[in-house]
Design a protein around this ligand. Sequence first.
Ligand code: ADP
Ligand code: MG
Length: 284
Amino acid sequence: SIPLSFFGGIGAASKQGVLIKGSNYLERLNEVDTFVMDKTGTITKGSFEVIGIFPDKKGLEEDLISYGVQLERHSNHPIAKAIANYKKGVAEVEMTGFTEKAGYGLSALIEGKKVIAGNERLMEEEKIVYKVPKVVGTSVHVAVDGEYLGCIIVADVVKEESKAAIKRLKEKGIKKVIMLTGDKKEVADYIGKEVGVDQVYAGLLPQDKVTKVQELIDKGEKVAFVGDGINDAPVLALADLGIAMGGIGSDAAVEASDIVLMQDNLMQVVKGMDIAKQTERIVK
Ligand code: ADP
Ligand code: MG
């Protein structure tokens, strides 16, 4: 039978905005030794801004921006929102075959021309020769009918509490904090250093994140995963404990998780751990 105090623990947690879907998850929070976290939206705010426009040649700037906006306004990715909002009043155009490829970017036929916008991996797949400007940020390269137009750089910032929360988790005896991201290594390393995670894995496709977490579980680690995106749902379901950022999180992420945070910040995880510890003390 479930000790009554666990219900008390769940109640106390929910008052603090930490929704725990069952008393067994409160117990499991006491057993976790490894925290795996998604970068975008979990450690960082997930609200990108355009910080630079780098046309490949003189005269391409206008096309770079307008094709970028035309494609990205059809995506819900946080990167897409930054580009779509960068320039207002870009004409609506005839578009067919819009495709979004997770971890790569977008493509469509715009007035009969094949337009692609995405990262280095997408450009390589499409055999486009691209240039990466020397700016720390996520590049969205744009090409039209095989012609490279250039690159739009977007950047995101870390949430205020992320660094302190990660420090607190370590103080509470968490062995390792690992950040996973589909973003590129330069950006991931920069953010990882800023918040003090132990390990960073970058350039991951959604299925690579699943593989990574499975590897840790196979090694016997007790893994909690914190994320928010649609693509995070499989990892949230797989981890010993799936924790979703509920406010910004997708329905799929909330559904797949064991714990839902009503405030999208990592201090909520620390609060959850405090309550789990107190509850354990009462039970023993
Ligand atoms: P994360 O792991 O940070 O949540 P995603 O898996 O959502 O990242 O995306 C990984 C990478 O794929 C992004 O950093 C970006 O380079 C590229 N990407 C994804 N969606 C888009 C988009 N709509 N436009 C441009 N690039 C995109
Ligand atoms: Mg994500």
